[in-house]
Every structure is written in C-alpha cells, then in structure tokens.
Design a protein around this ligand. Structure first.
Ligand code: HEC
Length: 121
C-alpha cells in the first residue's frame, strides 16, 4: 500500500539533506555524506512503519536504558553532539567495544534509529 511511498520518502530524505547539515562533520565533508537534519522528511518519518523509538526500546534499551540514560552501554542522551547519523549507523552495523554488531538487520531501521539518536544533543 504505502510501501512505495515509504521507500520514496526514505530515499528523498537521504538525498534532501545532503550537505544541508554540516555542523558536526569535520573529517569527512564531501557531499556523499548522509547527515540527517530536521528538514521536511519529519512528517514522512512519523507515517512510516519504522518507529525509531520502538526499535530502540526493543533492541537497544536493555543496554542503553529506556530513556537513553545508559546501563551496560553508555548514556546516549547527548549522542547526537558526538556522532552524526552516519557514524551512528556505522556503530549499529559494526558494533563497538562490548556492543555487538548486527543488532539491527534492516537498513531502514538502522537509518531511522541513527537519525533519531543524532537529534539527541
Ligand atoms: C549488549 C548491549 C548493547 C546493546 C543491545 C546495544 N548497545 Fe550500543 N553500546 C553498548 C556498549 C557496551 C557501548 C560502548 C562501546 C565502547 O565504546 O566500547 C555501546 C555504544 C554505543 C554507541 C556509541 C556511544 C558513545 O558515546 O560512544 C551508540 C551510538 C550505540 N551504542 C547505539 C546503540 C543502538 C542504536 C543500539 C540498538 C540498535 C545499541 N546501541 C544496542 C552496548 C549495547
């Protein structure tokens, strides 16, 4: 039904924000960067079946806390000040230290959670 829209929105969102948000990228500042911002894709996000908060609650909160306060894993309430969405996506995919790789398999979920976390600053 809406799947096509969702895919479109996800692609659009990634494209739209290219270079639109250069606040926290000092190292890799080429235009292939997929930094997320609070631009017009917000409405699309709330419509999607991908609910970042829910995904986090189900997959990440056991280690990072229901309110990002931290537990086994570090506090993530200011993680957006430290990492861009792209960097968080890498952490989710590759793991980090004690954090296992591959917790999320679906790219759409990874991007949604990373975008959501990147706004925490
Ligand atoms: C098994 C426990 C565990 C789970 C589940 C887990 N993490 Fe982690 N996470 C950790 C630990 C431990 C670290 C610290 C790694 C290090 O720096 O050595 C970490 C680090 C991170 C960091 C970097 C924080 C920083 O300040 O450097 C991010 C971002 C992160 N996790 C996001 C997530 C997300 C998103 C999920 C869910 C998809 C998740 N984590 C699930 C244990 C976990």
């Amino acid at each position: 039904m809406k799947l096509k829209n969702l895919l479109l929105a996800a692609g659009l969102g990634a494209t739209l924000v290219l270079g639109a948000c250069g606040s926290d990228d000092s190292s890799s500042s080429d235009t292939s960067k997929k930094d997320e911002s609070t631009m017009s894709d917000d409405s699309a996000k709330t419509e999607t079946a991908v609910d970042a908060e829910k995904i986090f609650a189900n997959n990440c909160a056991s280690c990072h806390g229901n309110n990002l306060e931290g537990n086994v894993g570090p506090n993530l309430t200011k993680v957006g000040a430290k990492y861009s969405s792209e960097e968080i996506q890498k952490i989710i995919k590759n793991g980090k230290g004690q954090m296992p790789a591959g917790i999320l398999k679906d790219d759409k979920e990874i991007v949604a959670v990373a975008d959501w976390l990147a706004e925490k600053k």
